[in-house]
Write a protein that binds this ligand. Structure first.
Ligand SMILES: [Zn+2]
Length: 107
């Protein structure tokens, strides 16, 4: 098993990561000591290494636990837009457990 605490993002991503985290911490929140565990069955992630998604769609997900995101090749590795991947994963979590907010802001 590999466990990663995600403390070392690349310098290129640091600004975006910091801005996103700053925005997240400004969300109004009531005190929450709850831990939620959600198990998703057979999540399939499709990575399209081209800008072929219809604009303005940057990613999509469906209720069969399938996600599509755009990747970019960099130094022989495919890099994903982590914000979009997280957004699409949150859709799967929302569909599985209604305690998780719809990332599009709807119920
Ligand atoms: Zn969405």
């Amino acid at each position: 098993m590999i466990l990663n605490n995600c403390s070392g993002v690349s310098i290129m991503q640091q600004d975006a990561f910091d801005q996103n985290q700053k925005a997240f911490t400004t969300y109004p929140s009531i005190e929450c000591n709850e831990e939620i565990t959600i198990t998703l069955d057979s999540v399939k992630v499709n990575i399209l290494c081209r800008d072929s998604m219809k604009k303005p769609t940057a990613g999509r997900a469906d209720t069969n636990n399938e996600i599509w995101v755009i990747g970019r090749k960099m130094n022989d590795k495919v890099v994903l837009n982590q914000f979009i991947l997280g957004h699409e994963l949150q859709h799967l979590l929302n569909w599985k457990d209604g305690r998780i907010a719809n990332p599009d802001g709807e119920n």
